[in-house]
Write a protein that binds this ligand. Structure first.
Ligand SMILES: [Zn+2]
Length: 464
């Protein structure tokens, strides 16, 4: 079955040009002017529209068991919502419990992901250390298509990685040709500040950002960067939310260190005034870590994206409904952390980034797919419109608009941090693995159609 996307402007990270795109099976087979449609091909008119690589969200949590409950979106509903938003690949997280064998957790997540409607691949979290963890990291890289390991520097008494684990795991990742990633927040400081606030009787969602100020994130970012520097490993910092962390990345990069930063669509658009809202459900709905920050930090994040010191945009899609969030009604530390966004990331970043002139369409592709594909070693299979690449494509209507609302979204959870925002520039058609899976509001996601994407190890580092 062939699909021809005709008459649009192809946008890759390096250039934009007028061309038709022909897909056969799950691959793009030709990109060029005036391509002929083979007999029986589905033809999509992309006149006046952009034809871009499908989005890659490098940070999602579908079907995540967390803080005593499980997220609303599973791998089917979460990836389907992504397809509706022009996002064709997610990188999710296998998060073993401390003491749980890595491979056991990995197979658990692979099982949950079988129902995915779009392609997926996994970072694996290192939440504890032993010789067995050391050995299983090798098995994951060699045999299971994993090339990135995640470390939570927060969540004390749960999944927090101490310095010993960070050092040993970073070193092992380097040896294997994998990239270490961190959630940078000092978990000990967060824990102590939480206890202080509870003792003072400050128990509502307003206390959430007070327990995780920018300095707490900056300490961890600087520490992770210092460890990576000593061990000479690359480093990817997830959800950079504040100027201080960005400054740490900028300094490290200026000194020649290979450090990458990820910004969340939420942190780029939503500010911390949401926690002052008198309605518990509204404020708690915005509880995620790191928290939303003031506008000065948002401005810095945009500058980081524009200046090339932040590389990818993600969502940390992790949906909990109001009933689940209510577990923390009398104690903000018990509010399940997480917000959605996989359906809206591309549109809000286009609206705020491209419409305002902060990003060109090519720069938009760079931060929504190409960089993630390169950093996590699935380029040019993903993140590029070219013959031989996967037929994961979003046809983007720059004149279309949509008002975002939890009432009309495909994602579960009944909440949306971008509620009421009208965006100009929306996906009109999404093609995943060569099939039209979304067209003008009609979602045709198929349970189980998504595939696991193996990510090969990076070439061994040779001494210079
Ligand atoms: Zn996360």
């Amino acid at each position: 079955m062939a699909t021809l996307i005709r008459g649009g402007t192809v946008v890759n990270a390096d250039r934009a040009f007028r061309a038709d795109v022909l897909c056969e099976g799950d691959k793009i087979v030709a990109v060029g002017p005036s391509l002929l449609a083979p007999a029986g091909a589905e033809v999509i008119d992309a006149g006046g529209q952009y034809v871009m690589p499908g989005g890659i969200d490098p940070h999602t949590h579908m079907n995540l068991p967390f803080m005593g409950t499980v997220t609303q979106d599973d791998f089917f509903t979460g990836t389907a919502a992504g397809l509706a938003g022009g996002n064709t690949t997610i990188i999710d997280f296998v998060i073993p419990n401390p003491q749980q064998p890595l491979l056991e957790a990995y197979h658990q997540w692979r099982g949950w992901a079988e129902k995915a409607a779009g392609d997926y691949t996994f970072h694996v979290a290192i939440t504890w250390w032993s010789d067995k963890v050391h050995e299983e990291m090798g098995t994951l890289v060699r045999n299971h298509g994993v090339n990135s390991f995640k470390h939570f520097m927060a969540y004390k008494n749960a999944i927090m990685a101490d310095d010993e684990t960070l050092v040993k795991s970073f070193r092992r990742a380097l040896e294997l040709g994998a990239i270490p990633t961190v959630h940078a927040e000092n978990g000990e400081l967060v824990y102590q500040l939480q206890q202080d606030l509870l003792r003072q009787g400050i128990t509502g969602p307003k206390a959430h950002p007070l327990s995780r100020p920018p300095a707490v994130e900056a300490e961890a970012a600087n520490r992770a960067i210092a460890i990576a520097n000593v061990l000479n490993t690359p480093l990817y910092i997830v959800h950079v939310s504040c100027k201080e962390s960005l400054d740490a990345i900028t300094r490290a990069r200026a000194a020649g260190q290979r450090v990458y930063g990820e910004a969340l669509a939420g942190h780029l658009i939503v500010d911390d005034s949401v926690y002052d809202h008198p309605d518990f459900d509204f404020a708690a709905g915005h509880v995620m870590s790191p928290p939303f920050r003031s506008r000065e930090h948002q401005k810095a994040l945009w500058q980081g994206l524009q200046g090339g010191n932040l590389h990818t945009t993600a969502t940390d899609h992790c949906t909990f409904c109001a009933e689940q969030k209510a577990a923390g009604r009398n104690d903000f530390t018990k509010i399940p952390n997480g917000c959605g966004g996989v359906e809206d990331r591309m549109a809000v970043i286009w609206d705020e980034g491209v419409n305002s002139g902060k990003l060109t369409p090519s720069e938009f592709v760079r931060v929504t797919s190409a960089n993630a594909a390169q950093i996590f070693n699935i380029y040019p299979r993903k993140g590029l419109i070219a013959a031989g690449s996967d037929a994961d494509i979003v046809v983007w209507d720059p004149e279309g608009s949509r008002t975002i609302s939890a009432k009309t979204q495909f994602a579960k959870g009944g909440f949306n941090v971008f509620e009421g925002r009208t965006v100009k520039g929306i996906p009109s058609t999404t093609v995943a693995a060569g099939k039209v899976v979304f067209h003008r509001g009609d979602l045709r996601a198929v349970e189980g159609a998504g595939r696991h994407v193996d990510r090969p190890a990076f070439a061994p580092v040779t001494a210079r």
